[in-house]
Write a protein that binds this ligand. Structure first.
Ligand SMILES: C[S@@+](CC[C@H](N)C(=O)[O-])C[C@H]1O[C@@H](n2cnc3c(N)ncnc32)[C@H](O)[C@@H]1O
Ligand SMILES: *[C@@H]1O[C@H](CO)[C@@H](O)[C@H](O)[C@H]1NC(C)=O
Ligand SMILES: *[C@@H]1O[C@H](CO)[C@@H](O)[C@H](O)[C@H]1NC(C)=O
Ligand SMILES: *[C@@H]1O[C@H](CO)[C@@H](O)[C@H](O)[C@H]1NC(C)=O
Length: 327
């Protein structure tokens, strides 16, 4: 992602909640919509909520005609391999998530599966980075927006999944909010902790060792500084692979925040994957609906996702919000 820039003309929308009529406003031009739809399928993929029924099993083997007079059976598909009923089905996320884990098992599950049963905060910092970290170094974008408090008050989440954490500004803000409510909330922070290529041009104080930026360690240092190690746990992998594994392990979020890659394809993939692991009745939301970051790729992805799934989209400040309870 590139550095975010705000769009001043839209700031008056801050703290104003309004329903966006996606259908009428954005897709008045049918041809443009069809092209956008096809392009999105070609570039990304369409996920469906886990409750959706899978495509029907094949009734006939796939037959490809090489000549008008003869046909060759390339593959005889078994019953458990879904046959696309149309080209768009090729792009659906077909993975099925594991049975939902109770929220009190989430932390231990992550620590066991990712960190070999040892908290990543144990024996922190390692000697080779201890001299290179700042006592605290937090910087975020829109990380203290009122949307965080409004959604946490409303959802009272036991599990929050953040996709895109950087130095932990928004995650630590959420930890503060859940602590104030007396909730025993687990906040999982999915981030590869590499920022983006060249991000150190603006963050020269984040050190680098042999080309490895120390974002992960500085994030952990921040969590420790703010006494939030019980609430906040890193999931230090790319968003796609991490969300797929959480789905497989049955980890679900009551509240999911999307704030990683801001180009259309990244946002599209993250939203579709994250929607699969949203607990029914939970809320998914994300930053940069009303900023110009990456030419509003986030907004295009969110609008398309809401449109295809028939979901009501709300906005809150710079954020988009989809509340599965009203959908
Ligand atoms: C805008 S920052 C997150 C800011 C944070 N939510 C806050 O408000 O303080 C975006 C983060 O997403 C991460 N990111 C971008 N693409 C990613 C991907 N595909 N997988 C994992 N993390 C990614 C970057 O490393 C970066 O830390
Ligand atoms: C996991 O931790 C145990 C000790 O708790 C150790 O014996 C084992 O080698 C570790 N496994 C890996 C893959 O690091
Ligand atoms: C959390 O709240 C404390 C005060 O209760 C404040 O000092 C701290 O800056 C807050 N941290 C973040 C990251 O918002
Ligand atoms: C963290 O906890 C220690 C010990 O209780 C306390 O002295 C310190 O002020 C706390 N730090 C923050 C940022 O809340």
């Amino acid at each position: 992602m590139k550095e975010k820039e705000d769009q001043p003309s839209l700031h008056r929308h801050q703290h104003q909640k309004r329903i966006v009529n996606v259908t009428k406003k954005l897709f008045a031009n049918n041809a443009a919509y069809v092209i956008l739809l096809l392009l999105s399928y070609a570039l990304g993929y369409l996920s469906s909520p886990t409750s959706h029924t899978p495509p029907p099993p094949p009734t006939t083997p796939i037959v490809v005609s090489s000549k008008p007079s003869s046909s060759i059976t390339l593959t005889r598909l078994t019953d458990n391999v879904p046959v696309p009923t149309n080209q768009l089905d090729n792009f659906r996320v077909t993975s099925r998530c594991g049975d939902s884990l109770p929220s009190q098992l989430v932390r231990q599950t992550i620590v066991d599966r990712l960190f070999n049963a040892t908290s990543p905060y144990t024996n922190f910092p390692p000697p080779h980075v201890s001299q290179l970290l700042r006592t605290k170094r937090v910087k975020g974008w829109g990380s203290y927006g009122g949307v965080f408090k409004r959604l946490i008050d409303k959802v009272r989440p036991r599990v929050v999944i953040e996709v895109g954490t950087f130095l932990g500004a928004s995650a630590l803000h959420m930890a503060n909010l859940t602590r104030q409510l007396g909730l025993d909330t687990q906040i999982l922070c999915i981030d590869d902790f590499r920022g983006w290529p060249g991000f150190r041009d603006k963050f020269k104080d984040i050190q680098m060792i042999n080309g490895d930026v120390l974002l992960y360690y500085q994030f952990m240092q921040n969590v420790i500084y703010f006494n939030a190690t019980e609430a906040v746990l890193p999931v230090p992998y790319s968003s796609g692979s991490a969300l797929m594994k959480l789905c497989e392990w049955g980890v679900v979020g009551d509240l999911i925040e999307i704030d990683a890659g801001h180009d259309f394809n990244s946002a599209w993939a993250d939203i579709n994957r994250a929607w699969q692991i949203l607990r029914p009745g939970g809320v998914i939301f994300g930053h940069d609906y009303f900023t110009a970051a990456d030419n509003r790729g986030v907004r295009r992805a969110v609008n398309l996702f809401a449109k295809i799934n028939g979901l009501q989209l709300q906005t809150d400040g710079q954020h988009w919000v989809i509340d599965s309870a009203v959908n």
